[in-house]
Design a protein around this ligand. Structure first.
Ligand code: ASP
Length: 588
């Protein structure tokens, strides 16, 4: 038996017990006649005492040879500490050691294994196993586990069953590139790793599984934006014989359950807004509604004067920044520079200070009098003391710019409290999205999403305006889940592929299996998938997902610990018949 107790559990009630503990040396405090050693395992830390008067001499000497991160096993007696500490849960006791065994020595770690470490991000990733010994990372992984357990519990109680779907498949269209895997047994052919189990979960519905879920890895070969991982985890779900309302209810229930169980937060019915409304009010399809600063569209009240910047704009829109009237000229200039940064891309910003005395001072006083500005105040809901920031230009661009400004200011004003949770549903997404590069419509969600049935005729005349039975669950400005009611009619699915520019041959080659399945009694169905890493991070009060993943990749998609991706040897390439690569590597 390596241990009788773990390093986190002994208390004052255990005094006089003979115990065996095992763990890693956190620190050694050598006081000559005494040595204190703190050892650690997953469950906590416990202090060991080696004492000239009470321990054999060799043992005291031995204790002084211990280094950080040595793996040790000790036997001893639990004693009450003279100076107790509230800083550790075992702070009332220590172990008077009678036997010490070094199970393994350790090199000095490249960074300190403390809550506040001196290790930089890249170094921590390279030695991730050491990083995992630190509380912040360890606790995140344990938190992730508890969220996963609650997901499984809730969905199992609702009669969902977890079914595994394959990883070696054919392309699934979720809008990214596939990772491909060469097949040795099928010369020249490749599997793709799933971007999601989308088609399989639909086939499970055709198979009569009724309610499916899976906590599952998905793979997307995208240019990595900040805080994206090429492999990530979804809570993937699908239900048969449901309409949108059923799905929203079940998964609102799941989200509410998680908030309650893991955060102790109770939330009423989630608000729902349409995609169009979200864009109009927040410039964004994943609005953070923990704070106001809603958009006020100013075209009607700002486009009748000689200010050509506004007159020629498709949209003039503003937000009221609480307390912003007190910003100095310099601070406002900085804000203007901020919106003009290439990442935001605004050409400029007009502002109005709403003075406490009820007067207004704007950057366009030449064109607008107090009466005009009073209308802007009304539209944006500004109060005395606020600053109205106004951007103008092409609708979609301006909305994105003002949305970026809104989020930035909220951050600066401390309005994005990570312990406050404001979920909402965004519904009625457009079915299609125009792609400038290919000059074609793409499925906004994916090609299996059902248009709103009554809008199907509109596909022929005004495809860009057709809405889908598609929805996103948004939490604190992050899309944490998205899904749709699916097409289950072969003819409509074929029509969709046609709109999306697939020839019937291409559609058959890629998705023939699904179309075939639809001929054998496909039930109406729909589902959703949650981004599990992000959900866990947000529930954990953080916005970066990396520290909730045991072995994450860096920003260039590399695992710096195992050094992947890596070259493979020529033999392996030959075996896989990757001839081009074989000849290239032979040359080099
Ligand atoms: N497969 C979709 C996705 O990964 C989710 C869904 O439609 O259920 O976003």
């Amino acid at each position: 038996m390596y241990r009788s107790h773990n390093c986190g559990e002994l208390r004052i009630e255990d005094v006089n017990k003979e115990v065996t503990l095992a763990g890693w040396v956190q620190r050694v405090k050598d006081r000559g006649v005494l040595t204190w050693v703190v050892i650690r395992d997953r469950y906590g830390i416990t202090q060991l005492l080696f004492d000239e008067e009470r321990s054999p001499k060799e043992l005291l000497e031995q204790s002084k040879t211990l280094g950080r991160e040595f793996v040790v096993q000790v036997k001893g007696t639990v004693i009450e500490r003279e100076s107790k500490t509230k800083n550790m849960e075992t702070g009332d006791i220590e172990i008077l050691v009678s036997e010490l065994r070094v199970l393994n020595e350790a090199q000095t770690p490249p960074f300190t294994i403390e809550d506040e470490t001196d290790g930089g991000e890249e170094l921590r990733m390279q030695y991730r196993y050491l990083d995992i010994r630190r509380n912040p990372v360890k606790n995140n992984l344990m938190f992730r586990h508890s969220v996963a357990m609650e997901v499984r519990k809730y969905l199992s109680e609702k009669e969902f069953i977890e079914v595994e779907t394959p990883y070696l498949i054919k392309s699934t269209p979720e809008g990214a590139r596939d990772f491909v895997v060469p097949s040795r047994m099928n010369e020249g052919q490749f599997y793709a790793l799933p971007q999601s189990p989308q088609t399989f979960k639909q086939l499970l519905m055709v198979g009569g599984m009724d309610k499916y879920f899976q906590i599952v890895k998905c793979f997307r070969d995208e240019d990595l934006r900040a805080d994206r991982q090429p492999e990530f985890t979804q809570i993937d779900c699908e239900m048969a014989f449901v309409d949108q309302e059923d799905i929203l209810n079940v998964f609102e229930g799941l989200t509410r359950h998680l908030l309650k169980e893991v955060k102790g937060v109770e939330i009423d019915a989630f608000p729902r807004i349409t995609f169009d409304e979200a864009m109009k009010r927040y410039g964004n399809d994943k609005p953070d509604i923990r704070f106001g600063m809603e958009f006020g569209e100013l075209n009607a009240v700002a486009q009748h004067k000689d200010f050509n910047v506004f007159n020629s704009a498709e949209l003039v829109v503003g937000i009221a920044v609480p307390g912003g009237a007190s910003y100095t000229r310099k601070e406002i200039d900085k804000l203007i520079d901020w919106v003009k940064r290439p990442q935001v891309g605004a050409l400029g910003m007009v502002y109005v200070k709403c003075n406490e005395d009820g007067s207004y001072k704007s950057s366009v006083d030449k064109f607008y009098d107090q009466e005009d500005l009073a209308k802007w105040v009304e539209v944006t809901g500004a109060k005395a003391g606020d600053l109205i920031c106004v951007l103008s230009g092409e609708t979609n661009k301006v909305r994105a710019q003002l949305s970026a400004l809104r989020m930035e200011l909220a951050e600066r004003l401390g309005l994005r409290n990570p312990e406050e949770f404001a979920p909402l549903w965004v519904v009625d997404f457009p079915l299609l999205e125009w792609d400038e590069d290919t000059e074609r419509y793409h499925a906004m969600h994916h090609p299996f999403t059902s248009p709103k049935p009554e809008q199907i005729p509109l596909l022929a005349t005004d495809p860009g305006n057709v809405k889908a039975n598609a929805y996103d669950l948004v939490l604190n400005g992050n899309e944490i889940g998205g899904g749709s009611i699916r097409i289950h009619d072969k003819k409509i699915q074929a029509m969709m592929f046609d709109y999306l520019g697939f020839t019937p041959e291409e559609a058959k080659a890629q998705f023939g299996f699904l179309m075939d399945a639809f001929q054998y009694g496909a039930p109406p169905h729909g589902g959703i998938a949650f981004g599990f890493d992000r959900l866990v991070a947000i529930l954990g009060g953080q916005e970066t997902i990396r520290d909730f993943i045991a072995f994450p990749k860096n920003n260039s998609g590399r695992d710096v610990m195992i050094d992947a991706p890596a070259n493979i040897d020529e033999m392996q390439l030959k075996e896989l018949n990757i001839e081009l690569l074989v000849s290239e590597s032979a040359e080099s």
